[in-house]
Design a protein around this ligand. Structure first.
Ligand code: IPT
Length: 958
């Protein structure tokens, strides 16, 4: 086995489409025999693969599941690196310490396949040598690419021996440096597929839709060994298609992500029938704008890696469907298959459910960036065939899917002639789709201008660029790029508590027609494990790894919806709803559909009495892209003082991805009145206060301690990286630590017990620093178990860094049970990640107070809060905001079973140890979260420079 040779695989048949065919198939998945060796040099040549009758299995063989990664089946361990190679950069040589897996399967095939058959492997990481009945069939390259070996005449009816030697690392590893776990093995299906004489080998259907007259065509290429007939019953097509060619099908309903209309077609040869689901659609670029079926569209997309927390990149039908349903339910309309072709069955689902697909080749050479892209295979002609082979396998397999609108050459592979060659081949083979590759910064060989994590400013300038004439000295390449639409193939890095900035990006996409939207990074967190116990890089003893950079998804490893996805659903909504004083403004953000598929309901709420009334809002017909302003219906207008009016857009009918009633958009208007201040007041009893700190220690039967002034948070992942716009500065987590926000101490400056109040002034400053926050606390007893505290906070001196928050921290001496509040919810909100929630009365149980980020960090703030009841094992504390000098008079409340110190020093969620107390923060202001792990940090408007604050709270034991 030669695994150091810069070339593609050998021996396989040319790539072809994955066809839904009547030809018999036999799955070879199941339990195989398996043995692992430390390296190729010691992998036994003992006759295990030659069919030698005398060969007997030694003790080193065990059973293994196919498909699976052997490192998840008890043989060796997974390892995670982002861009670095876990071995020296010495192409095309893999390291000597290179796990080699030998697989053996004996099977019967019966008579079904004697006429002709291929043995199909859909995915082997990273290189394999395949033997059947002692004969070498060839080698595979391209872990996520299909290889089919002709076994006609080689296959026996009974007692076949299939032997596959898999090298974890090979020359191919240099081309497969994606940001993910290194997980070897036969991890996708293995099948026998009949290729009967008088059958169909390959089909390519290039469908088109002409918006001007509503007609469709299919340009057909068939490779068959008999005459073939094409039938599309719904379109009355029934003709001889042996020679292929362009076939007009008359007026059709076009396919789009909004209305994924498919027409079932059959191609019948003498001994084989192929079924196709045809979608008629056109994707094109006109005047720098991306059009589908003649209309501008926006990708509201996500990047999807294939991942299961127990099975790694072994995809199951359930997971695939679950992912795509969740996407559709959250208004996602596009998916980039980062950074390799997905399981082949995914595309049937994207066709059916309606998602635009950017289908990416299995290619990334990112690790060469470490050495300034020296030796990069993309620019080395010796690798050209390997590159072309990868692209051809990618395109051929999925070329019949309407949902695939863009072919992507790969990810982060630098640039070079091999990429250009891939683009040239693809363009010649399939001119009906566009070509994407982000690494071509000058966009000379692509059809879409693409960037990742470009800043707001850059995105704006790209949007604006085409409004003015090209500079007179523009080069041909620059002129070409100006003619292209722009997309962000990755933006808004959903790592940890985030991503912030979705609104700002969306506003830009909405403002400039050239901007065709983007794809959030990324869909799934690649944690390995189950039931809330998940591992990331370093947990398997890797000496080179990138820690939790693999945990950066909109959904958790088990598809738990993260707050970022809730926010994204709002910005991706097809209906933008704004509740005005006496009317509702609704913007139809579909590209094709009118609003007939949605119903709009209004609800009027009073803070004290709950729902007052609700009803339907009739919009009348509203075409795609149009805006309507609907006056409040009489019942709503007649209501006196509703404090909250919410309008929801819901699906009017069941769809393939959600039932009628599913909410796709929401808007609200809040006119909440400030709670009334108690009038009678006396000084509180001194035995309720700590003699040294003068903080409150008891309220009725509640034991507690607080408030302390808090300006720090448990750093989020984004706080631990400098934003791309300020890479010369240390990240906030570090700047906060240097300034000492995480180690403040408070001294009582003065205290005075008056008739009506206790007045305490304090100075809170970091150990070893002289800048501070001075506080004044005026305490009054207003009822038996009720106090008010009027707090004035003033920064003193020069704070060298912005704060994480400005708040009041309490610790209640009993574990949390539940939180109920009047404010935004039910999920958490931060200033730049606040869109998902709606205002009302919400309750969450103890387990929902926080987001179970695999790596612990600040989470769970509920914003827009006027009143909150913190239910603990030791009683309930109700906090009511009587006044606050915040923009809308509300505060944010965070309740946690863990202190921030514990959150910031624990590596995994499941290792967090609760101290049996309730950590409560009432924040006047909070910093945004941004997306600094990749992309811009917190936008200036969401940062929190040292500032004064005033708040009056009513604290009651209830
Ligand atoms: C970008 C990669 O394309 C993606 O695969 C992932 O690694 C992401 O970063 C980080 O999670 S590349 C990087 C240089 C921004």
């Amino acid at each position: 086995m030669n695994i150091a040779r810069k070339g593609p695989g050998t021996g396989a048949r040319p790539p072809r489409a994955r066809l839904h065919s009547s030809a018999p198939r036999q799955s070879l998945n199941g339990t195989w025999r398996f043995r692992l060796s430390r390296g190729l040099a010691v992998a036994p040549e003992d006759g295990w693969n030659t069919g030698d009758a005398a060969w007997t299995e030694g003790d080193d063989w065990t059973g293994i599941t196919v498909p699976a990664h052997w490192v998840l089946e008890g043989h060796g361990k997974p390892a995670y690196t982002n861009t670095r190679f876990p071995f020296p950069i010495d192409p095309p040589n893999p390291p000597d310490e290179n796990p080699i897996g030998d697989y053996r399967l004996t099977f019967d095939a019966g008579a079904t396949f004697t006429d002709g058959a291929v043995l199909r492997f859909d995915g082997i990481e990273s290189a394999a040598e395949v033997w059947l009945n002692g004969e070498l069939l060839g080698e595979t390259r391209g872990s996520r690419l299909t290889h089919e070996f002709d076994v006609t005449g080689r296959l026996r009816e009974n007692g076949n021996l299939l032997a596959v030697r898999v090298a974890q690392f090979s020359d191919a590893s240099y081309l497969e440096d994606q940001d993910m776990w290194w997980m070897p093995g036969i991890f996708r299906d293995v099948e026998l597929v009949a290729t009967p004489a008088g059958g169909i080998w390959d089909v390519f259907t290039v469908t088109d839709y002409e918006a001007a007259d509503g007609t469709g065509t299919v340009d057909l290429f068939v490779e068959a060994s008999s005459a073939v007939r094409l039938r599309i019953p719904e379109l009355d097509v029934d003709l001889d298609a042996t020679d292929g060619g362009v076939i007009g099908v008359g007026v059709v309903e076009p396919w789009s992500a909004e209305n994924p209309r498919l027409y079932t077609a059959t191609l019948e040869a003498e001994n084989e029938t192929v079924t196709l689901e045809l979608g008629f659609r056109r994707i094109e670029v006109r005047d720098s704008v991306l059009l589908v079926n003649g209309e501008p569209i926006q990708f509201r997309g996500v990047n999807r890696h294939e991942h299961d927390p127990l099975r790694g990149r072994v995809a199951s039908p359930e997971r695939m469907r679950q992912d795509l349903l969740l996407m559709k339910q959250h208004n996602v309309n596009a998916v980039r298959t980062s950074h390799y072709p997905p399981h082949p069955d995914l595309l049937a689902l994207t066709d059916e459910l309606g998602l635009y697909v950017v289908l990416e080749c299995d290619l990334e050479t990112h690790g060469f960036e470490e050495i300034g892209w020296r030796l990069n295979p993309s620019a080395d002609p010796q690798w050209r065939d390997a590159y072309l082979d990868r692209m051809q396998r990618t395109v051929h397999r999925d070329k019949n899917h309407a949902s695939v609108v863009i072919w992507s050459l790969g990810n982060e592979a630098g640039t070079g002639t091999n990429l250009e060659a891939m683009a040239a081949w693809t363009r010649a083979f399939d001119p009906s789709r566009l070509i994407h590759y982000e690494g071509d910064w000058s966009s000379t060989y692509v059809d879409v201008y693409s960037r990742m994590y470009a800043s707001f400013e850059e995105v704006r300038s790209i949007g604006e660029e085409i409004a003015s004439p090209a500079p007179f000295d523009a080069t041909a390449a620059q002129l070409h790029r100006r003619s292209l639409p722009f997309m962000q193939c990755e933006y808004a890095h959903a790592m940890g508590n985030g991503p912030g900035g979705l609104q700002e990006y969306q506003e830009l996409f909405d403002q400039y027609p050239r901007l065709a939207g983007g794809f959030v990074w990324e869909w799934i967190e690649h944690g390995l494990g189950s039931d809330g116990v998940y591992s990331y890089g370093g947990d398997f003893g890797e000496d080179v790894h990138d820690s939790n950079f693999v945990i950066d998804g909109l959904v958790g490893p088990d598809r738990e919806v993260r707050p970022g996805l809730v926010a994204l659903a709002h910005w991706y909504s097809p209906a933008r709803i704004t509740v005005l004083d006496d009317a509702v403004r609704i913007e139809n953000r579909y590209a094709f559909a009118d609003l007939g598929g949605l119903t709009f309901t209004w609800t009027a709420i009073s803070a004290q009495d709950g729902e007052l009334d609700s009803g339907e809002l009739k919009t009348g017909p509203v075409a795609a892209g149009e805006v309507v302003v609907v006056p409040f219906p009489d019942e709503l207008a007649a209501l006196e003082l509703p404090e909250i009016v919410t309008v929801e857009a819901r699906l009017a009918h069941d769809t393939a991805w959600a039932g009628a009633g599913h909410v796709v958009g929401r808007g609200e208007r809040v006119w909440l009145n400030q709670a009334e201040e108690p009038v009678e007041a006396v000084a509180p009893a001194d035995d309720s206060f700590d003699a040294v700190s003068l903080r409150l220690r008891s309220l009725g039967g509640l034991r507690l301690d607080g408030p302390e002034v808090g300006i720090w948070r448990a750093p989020t992942d984004n706080d631990r990286y400098p934003g791309w716009d300020e890479r010369d500065l240390p990240p906030y987590a570090e700047r906060w630590h240097v300034a000492g926000l995480d180690r403040t101490r408070t001294r009582v400056v003065s205290s005075a017990w008056g008739e009506d109040a206790l007045r305490v002034t304090t100075r809170t400053a970091p150990a070893g620093r002289d800048f501070s926050v001075d506080g004044e606390f005026v305490w009054r007893r207003v009822a038996d178990k009720a106090l008010t505290v009027e707090v004035t906070l003033t920064p003193i001196g020069t704070w060298p860094v912005e704060w994480a928050r400005l708040g009041l921290d309490f610790v209640i001496d009993a574990a949390p049970r539940e939180l109920s509040w009047l404010g935004r919810g039910p999920g958490p909100s931060y200033p730049d990640l606040a869109a998902g929630g709606f205002t009302g009365r919400h309750t969450v149980a103890a387990g929902e107070l926080y987001t179970p980020h695999v790596k612990p960090q600040e989470s769970g703030a509920r914003a827009g809060v006027r009143e909150a009841s913190v239910v603990t094992d030791g009683g309930t504390l109700r906090v009511t905001v009587l006044s606050a000098d915040t923009p809308d008079g509300s505060v944010a409340v965070t309740v946690s079973p863990w202190s921030r110190k514990v959150l910031s020093t624990t590596a995994h969620h499941h290792e967090l140890e609760a101290d049996g107390r309730t950590h409560l923060s009432v924040d006047l202001f909070q910093s945004g979260v941004g997306t600094a792990t990749c992309g811009p940090g917190v936008l200036p408007r969401y940062r929190l420079a040292a500032r004064p604050g005033r708040v009056t709270l009513l604290l009651e034991e209830v």
